[in-house]
Structure formats: C-alpha cells, structure tokens
Design a protein around this ligand. Sequence first.
Ligand code: SF4
Length: 326
Amino acid sequence: MMDAPLLAVHNLHVQFRTYAGIVHAVNGMSFDVRQGEIFGLVGESGCGKSVTGLAILRMVPHPGQISQGSILFHGEDLLQKTESEMQTIRGGKIAMIFQDPSASLNPVFTIGNQITRVIRQHMPVSRAEATERALAMFAAVGLPDPDNIFHTYPHELSGGLQQRAMIALALATGAELLVADEPTTALDVTIQAQILALLTELRDKQGVSILLITHNLGVVAETCDRVGVAYAGCIVEMGDTEDVLYRMKHPYTHGLLAALPHPSRRGQLLQAIEGTVPDGLALPSGCPFHPRCSQVMDICREKQPALVSLGSDHLVACHLYDEQRS
Ligand code: SF4
C-alpha cells in the first residue's frame, strides 16, 4: 500500500474580494506531494499556482480568502490550525522560497544573524549551537567559505549565492517540505541549473520533499518526479513527469508543449495557444479551457470535467477521456 502523502491539497478554493467583484484565483485545486519527491506545479501566469503555494502556508495576502478545501500535512488539516500553531509550522516544518531572494532577506542584518535568529526561534539551542548549525547549512547548500558568508550582508552576494543563502535559511530548522515558487526564474541559465541541482541534492541527501512552482516545463523535465498542470486554478493533468511530458493527454498540456522550441521543429513557427488565460472574475462555464480548445465539444461548455485516472498515476480532467464517452 502506498504511504500517505506528506502534503495533500484537496478541492482548494481561494477567492479575492475586489471592487470589481470576486476573483476566483484557485478553483478546486487537488494534488499531493509524497515523501522525498519533487512535485512540479506548472502553468501559465494567472493559473493560481503561486496563490496555492501561499495558501499552503496560510499566507494568502488580503483581500484573499481560502473559501473551501483542505490542506493536509502529515494528515492534519492546516486550515484548522490556530495562527500560533501555523507560526510554528511556517519556517519550521514547512518553508518557502521565492523568485527574488533579495526581497526575502533582510538587507540590514548579516546572513549569519538572520539564520541564527530563525534557528533559535524554532529550536531550543544556544547561540553557539545555532551558529554551528548555520555554518553546516551553508556548507550543505554549497555556499563557499561559510565563515565569511556568515558575516556578509545580502547585497554583497550575487543572485545565485543569495538564493543558496535563502535555501539554507529555509531548511535550517529541519523543514520537511520546501515550497519553492519560481526559485530560478530571476537567475541566468547556468546558475539556474546549479540551483536545480542543489534542490535535487537536498532531496536526495536530506530527504526534503519539494513543491516546485514554475511556468517552465524545462525545469519540470529536469527536476520533478511528478507534475500537475494547472489551468484556471485547478489541475487539468497530473502524473509522472515522463507520462505528462511525453505521453500528455490534455489539450492544454499539448498546447504548452507545442509552444516550446524543439530541434525537430527547426525553421517552423512556434504554435502558441490561441486566446488568453481566463479572467478569474468571469470564468468560462464547463471546462475552463473550452474557449481555447481545438477539440471542444458541446458538453465542454456545460460541464466541468473531473480528474479521471488513465491507469497508474496519470490523471486528466477532459471530457475526451470520460468513461461514459468511450
Ligand atoms: Fe477541450 Fe473539452 Fe477537454 Fe476541455 S473538456 S480540454 S474543452 S476537449
């Protein structure tokens, strides 16, 4: 029997009440992250993936609200926790890193000061023990000359080293789950590859499970064990990375992959998906992808397809694969 997942997000809905109306940012998002895996949540901007990451840590900014669903971590619903319980979980068992590490690191304190403070907030250790742990984390994330880094201010580090410092800070208290929201998007390609290799190494050596939020299918292909493709705030296809990227079923996943450059299509125009991501203020009826789908049928305009299993771990939400229709 398969172990219970470390994190199970089920039917998550997040809304933003604005003057223009209710923006439905996340609409029934469901996926899980298993122990020791890297799960990719991929989609275009505006598909609800970053809001989902924030919802897991109960950090959705005002005026956002989690209106429905559950987020089980070790089987316990984070949505039922008190704010003080969440403060212990945040930065303790679950940590998050973002695209721009310089925005997350405090510019007026040294890296060493920031990391030892976080360690001592979450662990009953002396200042000396916290320093020792910080230096060990700097070494684990490949920061050169940890003693020197300890006394360095964030602005004195390059983007790649800042992101390594941020990862050290995130994992210094023994986090079991790292939510990484576009952690390499702001970095150049070489550094990006190094940070992705680091995430894989941390998973392999320290057993950290990672939810990797990205718009980049190349990042998914290189790094993730499984992937969920998000569209209009819900998952439309999910499974092992190989199945989803090489044996994709959903027309949206087909579209995303067809839009990527590939040596076999040299000289051909890239095939962008027509239309734009739907406005969360006025989501389409039925399948949210129907206004852009080349295979749309009558039922697609009326009924939202449920995620159905295609065997093994591969799931797809599309009426083309409904059992009733086959
Ligand atoms: Fe296209 Fe219909 Fe499938 Fe939606 S349900 S992706 S509109 S075929």
